[in-house]
Design a protein. Structure first.
Ligand code: HEM
Ligand code: FES
Lengths: 160, 219
């Protein structure tokens, strides 16, 4: 409002400013909370607990070994149980790598075929070496790995 | 810049004329009771905005409705506020609509030539009540379930057509997933569309005819 020249603020202009500012405040109070409300679920941090896979005693040297684990996740208001399958590999009995069985091409599930000494993906014939490196087919990168740790002979992986 | 855009648009839409007709029309010297209609409109807009936000998360099926409502109120940032505004706004809506009706009635503002405004208003009141009735079921808790049981049962008492109305309202003999889905559809599509159309007519008439002056003693 430019009332610098005529110092007198007319009733009309006063009302205009008053209505605009009160309206602005009401609009902000109603409108601003909508933003976090809409974005909430997208910003939610996923829990980063360690998931216990099981005893490492069944993992033989240089042979990817399958571990099955059901994990509970909460998406919105729905609790879902999800079964994850991972392959655990060690070459020295000290260091373990944990690989996801999800193909890095289009997310089919890969399988370890002992006779061929490789992982095979049934969808587009992707082939991975035992450490997850791509050997053949369309997969763009090696099998994903989980962060892991071993405590008292039990192996854990990090969620996410 | 803004003025330029405004001018450009005005040349094509003549929106300033429309603006002037709505906001710069002449009104008689009236009192605060005449703001009740606008107050109702304001709450109606609040209901529309918060209602749309609620549908982003609410799911109208018996196995998810309650959980999704709890999720909105306890998990989402400001979910309690959005739901609270819609919840309390619903009651405010009914109260304000009735007060506005009473103002119109006691000031004799329903008379010629405003009968059509009154009639559109009566239908609006029914729509507002319809919103309340259908909305009450949606959280799918004990209170909503039994309130709707009783409410539809009352409709069922009407002579001859009662049982028929009850079955249509419930979508069958009992309150079920079908009831919840049709109450939801009515609450978010049928009633809002009707409300928007009627408010349009109502406000067109208010502006077109102009509002009444405060009646004098001898009138
Ligand atoms: C959703 C509900 C409604 C909304 C949003 C609404 C809105 C409005 C508004 C903004 C006005 C301008 C004057 C004033 O505010 O008093 C008005 C006037 C009027 N309303 Fe409503 N109204 C609603 C419901 C009703 C109901 C239930 C009735 C009566 C059955 C009614 C009858 C009238 C009449 C006759 C006028 C003209 C009054 C005059 O010229 O002085 N309205 N309405
Ligand atoms: S999804 Fe595995 S090769 Fe295409």
């Amino acid at each position: 409002m430019d009332n610098s020249e005529d110092k007198q603020l007319s009733r009309r202009n006063f009302m205009k400013v008053a209505i605009a500012s009160i309206g602005g405040v009401i609009g902000a109070v109603l409108g601003l909370p909508a933003i976090p409300y809409i974005m909430g679920p997208a910003l939610q941090k996923e829990s980063d607990d360690w998931i216990q896979l099981g005893s490492i005693s069944k993992v033989e040297l240089d042979i990817p070994t399958l571990f099955k684990k059901t994990i509970e996740t909460q998406t919105g208001w729905i609790d879902t149980e999800e079964e994850i399958l991972v392959y655990v590999l060690t070459s020295n009995g000290q260091d373990y790598i944990v690989m996801s069985n999800v193909c890095t091409h289009l997310a089919c599930r890969v399988r370890w075929i002992p006779e061929k000494d490789s992982f095979f993906c049934p969808c587009h014939n992707g082939v991975f070496a035992k450490d997850g490196a791509v050997v053949a087919g369309p997969p763009p990168r090696p099998l994903d790995r989980f962060e892991s740790k071993v405590e008292d002979g039990v192996i854990f992986i990090k969620r996410g | 810049m803004l003025i330029k855009i405004g001018d450009w648009l005005d040349e094509r839409f003549s929106w300033r004329e429309v603006w002037a007709a709505i906001f710069e029309r002449k009104v008689p010297h009236v009192n605060w009771f005449y703001t009740l209609g606008s107050a109702t409109l304001f709450v109606a807009i609040n209901q529309a905005v918060t209602g749309i936000l609620l549908t982003l998360y609410y799911v109208p099926t018996p196995d998810h409705a309650y959980d999704s409502v709890v999720y909105i109120t306890t998990q989402l940032p400001f979910g309690w506020l959005i739901r609270g505004l819609h919840h309390w706004g619903a009651s405010a809506m009914v109260i304000l609509t009735v007060l506005h009706l009473l103002r119109v009635f006691y000031f004799g503002a329903y008379k010629y030539p405003r009968e059509a405004t009154w009639i559109s208003g009566v239908i609006l009141l029914l729509v507002v009540i319809g919103f309340g009735f259908t909305g009450y079921l949606l959280p799918w808790d004990q209170k909503s379930f039994w309130a709707t049981t009783v409410g539809t049962q009352i409709a069922g008492l009407a002579p001859f057509v009662g049982d028929w109305i009850l079955r249509i309202a419930r979508g069958g003999r009992d309150i079920s997933a079908v009831t919840l889905a049709r109450f939801f559809g009515t609450h978010i599509w049928v009633l809002p569309a009707t409300l928007a159309a009627l408010v349009g007519i109502h406000l067109y008439l208010v502006i077109r005819i102009g509002i009444t002056a405060v009646p004098k003693k001898d009138e």
